[in-house]
Write a protein that binds this ligand. Structure first.
Ligand SMILES: Nc1ncnc2c1ncn2[C@@H]1O[C@H](COP(=O)(O)OP(=O)(O)OP(=O)(O)O)[C@@H](O)[C@H]1O
Length: 246
């Protein structure tokens, strides 16, 4: 068991697996995955469609429970909440009746932040993702890419300790996608937060410091070298405890 408190991993997955369905209909979305996420990590989980990336991300966020194995959040000393771990989902899921700034401020308002402060932080996050001028638009007036940027801003406004982004550039053109990754990296640095991004796009993966390959539900055992220089401290590496690599 990891110690809790500062220096402990933010997310600790131990042989965590997730199966959907039962019997002959069972689908093992994630086989036993063992990995850790710490502050300052910049990780791309990479793999083709259906390889289990979203499921692993949801497990890390505590949105789903592993069917076997364990996921803990040692640095938090308690189960993670949405304020600790912000998730940018594949689908923006904006509330149609609320304008862009209200959608962005909503999670903050729901977690007790005063309305003026929630609005101020929402506007600042919208500016950061380059759509401050759309603050009073309704979701139906947005393009898919603009809606995705609102979803990113909604998480950044929460100032979480970990940002988990599920294919955040999947619906964006190359230039906009690049900007969204810039924003995620800049904000993670500013907050001192960890950043984990799922993607099948190598040009997104190469922007992150580490790439964790995933194939058919298994997190690979071997990792490419970091982009620049060795890490300053040793850390646990992900491994597929069943042994296969992609
Ligand atoms: N709620 C669910 N019920 C049943 N099967 C599911 C469910 N969610 C995911 N799966 C299955 O688990 C496997 C992994 O899915 P997952 O969405 O995690 O992969 P992914 O790599 O994120 O794919 P994509 O890039 O297309 O989003 C797939 O075979 C998928 O059909």
């Amino acid at each position: 068991m990891n110690p809790t408190g500062p220096g402990a991993p933010l997310i600790d997955c131990r042989d965590a697996a997730r199966t959907y369905g039962q019997g002959e209909h069972a689908v093992v979305a994630v086989h036993g995955a063992t990995c850790q996420v710490r502050a300052d990590d910049r990780i791309a989980i990479m793999g083709p469609s259906g390889s289990g990336k979203s499921t692993l991300l949801h497990l890390m966020a505590g949105l789903e429970r592993p069917t076997s194995g364990e996921i803990t959040w040692p640095a938090l000393g308690r189960p993670a909440t949405a304020r600790d771990i912000g998730v940018v989902f594949q689908s923006p899921s904006l509330i149609p009746a609320l304008d862009v700034v209200e959608n962005t401020a909503l999670p903050l308002a729901l977690s007790g932040t005063s309305e003026p402060e929630a609005r101020r932080r929402a506007l600042s996050a919208l500016d950061a993702v380059g759509i401050g001028d759309l603050a009073d638009k309704l979701p139906e007036e947005l393009s898919g890419g603009q809606a995705q940027r609102v979803a990113v801003a909604r998480v950044l406004a929460l100032r979480p300790r970990v940002v988990l982004a599920d294919e955040p550039t999947g619906q964006l053109d190359r230039a906009t996608g690049r900007h969204v990754v810039d924003v995620l990296l800049e904000t993670a640095a500013e907050l001192g937060a960890a950043l984990v991004v799922t993607t099948h796009d190598p040009t997104v993966g190469e922007r992150l410091t580490e790439r964790w390959p995933m194939h058919e539900g298994r997190l690979a055992t071997t990792l490419p070298a970091p982009i620049s220089g060795p890490r300053t401290a040793p850390r646990a590496r992900p491994n597929a405890t069943r042994g296969e690599t992609s």
